[in-house]
Design a protein around this ligand. Structure first.
Ligand code: C5P
Length: 232
């Protein structure tokens, strides 16, 4: 599995998404479809983006009882997304049920990755609201290991955690990392950020990049810059 840049298409309509993707003229970036676009347009948006020749990371972060997640994953599997995800907090039973639901009759399935702790959760809110008292970086590694032991393919994490995740879970366990900014760009609401080159050095497998590309005057050029810095 090679390193790649995934473009977060955080738009609220198919029209806006297609107008954006049309600016790439022949290039077919790996696309992330999140809750906003999926809930606005429904499953057809996944099929439409796939039909245009893009790979799709469907970022819906499932978290429910095992049976419900298993059945929902079977539906998502039929959409032919390349990567789907869930919350590791749903426990091992939910993650193994998800894998069962995702696996097609021929044995193939999309890659399945887990959110450990959201990067919007910090030590204080984790202790106060979730009643988890261990250091947050240890919690992240424990959740990553639980996901790996359940048979998942990787985690969503900060690029700053990617090296440690590989140490703990193995080099082949995927790290998909948002929170990427150009050295001369705005951070927006992301706090712990790295440049594409730093994410590469730490060992991220995929970087998820939204506003540095979607809000750029020339998105295709910003994408090419990411690819140059991250993939080389
Ligand atoms: O615009 P920006 O580059 O910050 O977009 C990052 C994308 O990654 C957004 O779609 C955001 O929802 C997602 N994401 C994140 N942090 C996480 C999980 C997902 O920024 N922990």
């Amino acid at each position: 599995m090679g390193k790649d840049v995934i473009v977060a298409c955080d738009f609220s309509s198919a029209a806006e998404t297609f107008a954006f993707l049309d600016r790439f003229e022949g290039r077919k970036p790996f696309v992330k479809i999140g809750m906003e676009l999926f809930y606005a347009e429904g499953p057809s948006i996944v099929r439409a983006v796939k039909e245009r020749g893009h790979r799709v990371f469907l970022d819906l972060k499932l978290h429910d009882i095992p049976n419900t997640v298993k059945k929902a994953m079977a539906v998502l599997s039929a959409l032919d997304a390349d990567i789907v995800n869930l919350h590791a907090a749903g426990t091992t039973a939910m993650m193994t049920a998800a894998l069962e639901g995702l696996t097609r009759p021929d044995g193939s399935r999309p890659l399945l990755i887990a959110v450990t702790q959201l990067t919007s959760t910090d030590q204080q809110s984790m202790e106060r609201d979730l009643w988890i008292r261990e250091p947050i970086d240890e919690v992240v590694m424990h959740y990553a290991l639980t996901a790996r032991n359940a048979g998942l393919d990787g985690v969503v994490c900060s690029p700053l955690e990617a090296g440690k995740v590989h140490e703990v879970c193995g080099a082949g366990f995927l790290t998909v990392t948002p929170g990427v900014r150009f050295s001369d760009g705005a951070k927006g609401d992301q706090k712990r950020v790295t440049t594409p080159a730093e994410a590469k050095a730490i060992g991220s497998d995929y970087i998820v990049v939204g506003r540095p590309i979607t809000a750029a005057a020339d998105p295709a050029a910003a994408y090419e810059r990411c690819v140059r810095e991250f993939v080389g």
